[in-house]
Design a protein around this ligand. Structure first.
Ligand SMILES: *[C@@H]1O[C@H](CO)[C@@H](O)[C@H](O)[C@H]1NC(C)=O
Ligand SMILES: *[C@@H]1O[C@H](CO)[C@@H](O)[C@H](O)[C@H]1NC(C)=O
Ligand SMILES: *[C@@H]1O[C@H](CO)[C@@H](O)[C@H](O)[C@H]1NC(C)=O
Length: 339
């Protein structure tokens, strides 16, 4: 543990590159790590899922300061961990997250990560379900805010399921639309359909990596598609020269920030018009997921995690090992200037 902690060197705040929005490094271990997803705790600390080299939950404390500190909270009994989202148990004293990942035999599982109220200590881990063979590529997760213990789970092989955490049951094909399927002919390095999922104002928003698009579909309060609802496309990011879109998030106005993974840009998408612009030009190669800060004064900061693995990043000169990082993008200028 001490050895691993020592790898997380705190890098002083500095601007990575002259994009439209400034980004700074919050923490960056030596090469060899892959950060996959992110949630922000009510106390402002970050929770990061580490995909490689081992499946771990990392926390970053004080990410808004130049004294950010990283620490492993849990090492998971998984080969890789992917999505994470906080869900409601109905008791407001609880702080619980659902995480999903895959096992050595390629099967997939879900766990809860639970913090004791007010505790700054390590959370406990509890297995919710080992998915059956119809679930092959778990990715993003999104809690249904109007119902306790209900979380949607994206399967990048082409559908979104509905997990009832208290019952331990999974409706594998709850959302099963053509817009969620991968495209086997995609130029992106991986065959990936639906990837990131987020619920806002009666819609399930989802990215499809191979289709290079973000969609939304009307959703009921119970967390099912509304009767007869069909996905509508919000943006096709090939219009700004991007070949694939990874996870994303919505700001408080309901507009989207999207990661581009194999590229090194971050996109901003107005909703519902779909007008799409590049707002971070480079410096965050392999960006894969993002979430806004929750500490007062930090809510315009978009925390971004990157895969950092060897990936072809044209703007970074081809196949370069970038090293995973957590970066912070200050979006306040965009709000005052461009919207
Ligand atoms: C997969 O889904 C199909 C269709 O719903 C079902 O018939 C089959 O039993 C499922 N397979 C497993 C392993 O649960
Ligand atoms: C996105 O735009 C490209 C280029 O016009 C087009 O080939 C592709 O079919 C579009 N994708 C979707 C999902 O609309
Ligand atoms: C990057 O690696 C891929 C696969 O190994 C290879 O096809 C491609 O030509 C490489 N690109 C560069 C710029 O080196």
């Amino acid at each position: 543990m001490m050895l691993l902690l020592a790898l997380f060197v705190v890098v002083p705040a500095f601007v990575l590159a002259a994009g439209m929005l400034p980004a700074r490094i919050v923490t960056k271990p030596e090469p060899g790590f892959w950060f996959e997803n992110i949630a922000v705790r009510p106390n402002g600390d970050l929770l990061i899922t580490q995909f490689l080299p081992t499946a771990e939950i990392i926390t970053v404390k004080n990410p808004y300061s130049d004294r950010a500190e990283s620490e492993t909270l849990l090492t998971l009994p998984l080969a890789h961990v992917l999505g994470i989202d906080r869900f409601s148990t109905g008791k407001n004293t609880d702080e619980q997250y659902l995480i999903v990942g895959d096992n050595e035999d390629k099967s997939c599982s879900a766990f809860t990560v639970s913090f004791d109220k007010g505790s700054s200590g390590k959370p406990s881990l509890s297995r919710v379900i080992d998915f059956d063979a119809n679930t092959t590529f778990v990715n993003g997760v999104a809690a249904v805010s109007d119902r306790d213990n209900i979380v949607l789970v994206a399967d990048s092989s082409g559908h979104v399921g509905r997990l009832d955490i208290s019952a331990g049951t999974f409706d594998t094909f709850a959302f099963n639309f053509p817009e969620m399927k991968p495209n086997q002919d995609s130029p992106t390095p991986l065959i990936l359909g639906v990837n990131g999922i987020h619920i806002r104002d009666g819609y399930l928003y989802f990215s499809n990596t191979n289709l290079a698009s973000i969609y939304r579909v009307s959703i009921t309060r119970e967390g099912f598609p509304s009767g007869g609802a069909r996905p509508e496309i919000i943006t096709n990011v090939t219009t700004v020269g991007i070949q694939g879109v990874d996870d994303f998030n919505l700001d408080k106005f309901g507009n989207i920030y999207a990661s581009t993974s194999a590229d090194d840009k971050i996109l901003y998408v107005k909703v519902p018009s779909g007008e799409t612009t590049v707002v971070v030009q480079d410096g965050v190669a392999g960006n894969t997921a993002m979430a806004f800060g929750r500490k007062p004064g930090d809510t315009s900061t978009l925390y971004v995690v990157t895969t950092g693995v060897e990936t072809e990043v044209p703007a970074a000169g081809g196949n370069k090992t970038q090293g995973a990082m957590v970066a912070a993008v200050d979006t306040s200028k965009l709000r005052s200037g461009l919207t």
